[in-house]
Ligand binder design. Sequence first.
Ligand code: FEO
Ligand code: CA
Ligand code: CA
Ligand code: CA
Length: 597
Amino acid sequence: REGFAQSKLKFTPIAPVDAAVDAVTVPEGFTWQPVIRWGDPIFNGTPDFDLNNQTAAAQAQQFGYNNDYTDILEIPGTKGRRAVLFANHEYTNENIMFPASMPAAEVRAVGAAAHGLTVVELERKNTTKPWSYVKGAPLNRRFLNNTVYELTGPAAGSALVKTKDDKAGRFIKGTLGNCAGGTTPWGTILSGEENFNGYFIGDPVTSASDKRYGITKEPTKRRWELDDPRFDTRNPDYKNEANRFGWIVEVDPFDPTSTPKKHSSLGRFKHEGANVIVADSGHVVAYSGDDERFDYLYKFVSKGKYKEGDRKHNMTLLSEGDLYVAKFTGNSATQIDGKGTVPADGGFDGTGEWLPLVVDGASEVPGMTVEQVLVYTRLAADKVGPTKMDRCEDVQPSLHTGKVYVACTNNTDRGLPGKEGATEVNPRNANRDGHIVEITETGDQTSTKFSWNLLMVCGDPSTGDVTYFSGFPVDKVSPISCPDNLAFDSVGNLWISTDGAPSGIGKADGLFKVTLDGAERGKVEQFLAVPRDGETCGPIIHDDERTVFVSVQHPGEDGSFDVPNSYFPDYVPAGTTPAPGQARAPRPSVIQVYRQD
Ligand code: FEO
Ligand code: CA
Ligand code: CA
Ligand code: CA
């Protein structure tokens, strides 16, 4: 093959940025501005953000906290002048959001209202201008802890998900711990319920499931159990409440009256997110990682087939299908030395298979029903021998090649006493910086066999880290650590955003372009860096418009309310009174980065 076309988005990579720098760093010739910030008013009549006078009623109508997955979809018929933005709100950082004097009950109420999801319309004068969000637009919506989600698939209606408030086991209030996500070919948004366990009290002694999912007997961090009994699952009325979280959520951002879904067919675990590709056969395939040290990688294959243009039908596809979990086998003649040295056969690679959990509506796991496999997916997978991975974050198929990319963010426990040591697919003990797996399905995307190799083993070669970039010279790449979210540009380059580089290579997190094809395969180029303590998430690459969007999550999270670590994005000077709607405090925000010309 001749190689991919060139992207219109040309830039000179930035140098790595010190982790203490409280600034957005972009390439020469580019500038940035927020699209929407924590607290920005969504509806007509919603008050401006007021840091020192926060209320739950206002927050419920304002943009939530810690935006993670983000996408921007053009509204048809608007000639590119109108779009809809989706963002989820993974969690809250109460220590930097609220003054210490704020009553605990108010902290809980405002914090709860800062969770959930947001849909908001954007507008611009023409396609060369940056976007602004539109307060009071028709599609604007906040999803809160009382928003009702319909559970679909085999677990819906099962005894394992019924509670006092939902005797049918089909309607769930709220979504929690939403991390990454994906946008479907039919224009809906998927969002992964990841660290839901932290919102529930349970009993890991009497419940194998609570133990496996990390639910403890301790009071929760945010103490919502004081306001709503369903967060304490020791209460017999709510013993199943935690089983109603840990799913993939599907939202239609174009219909503000639609009921969002939770799809049980994709299994229940700490879903980082999910990404969909239509196979040649027409079945849709969704890939999803369980972000926990030594947990697994999953694949869903729909029973039904995609029908171009039939959105109503396509929105049923994730409700019924087969679920698999990945097993990787290495093929090297020599052992890897645990530091990431390239094996004797030239690369980290091998074969793999998708082990069945549910096929044709029947359980493939001995001793477990379909409902049990889907609700207790981690326990089911444990029985079939999949590969323990180094924290799978985003798993994204390339629509150009069908190859699937898996961001293994890190696993500092690998090789510790009693823990599994390095293997060819997770080749480094005490894996501080992570790596990216590249999967090639054998034939159609629905295949149960694949081959794999590592695209890169991350780190900073200039400080002596043993790294691997598909053979590209290690002294010519931007150092990179803790890959988290993945995206593609219009010509098929991979973009990686990172979460954890300060504790990895000691640099700020950022966004990186990776060439996948031709002589420069493996070349990593840093595009931006985020402010102090921030994580880069939700990358959107509109390279045809020379614009990139990222979600800046938890800026300044290691500071305090009184002594902020970050003033992003308003950067109100010290001694100055903030303008209405501004704040002298860190605010998670979605930003756009674009060429100044
Ligand atoms: Fe919320 Fe897996 O990062
Ligand atoms: Ca995050
Ligand atoms: Ca993440
Ligand atoms: Ca992460």
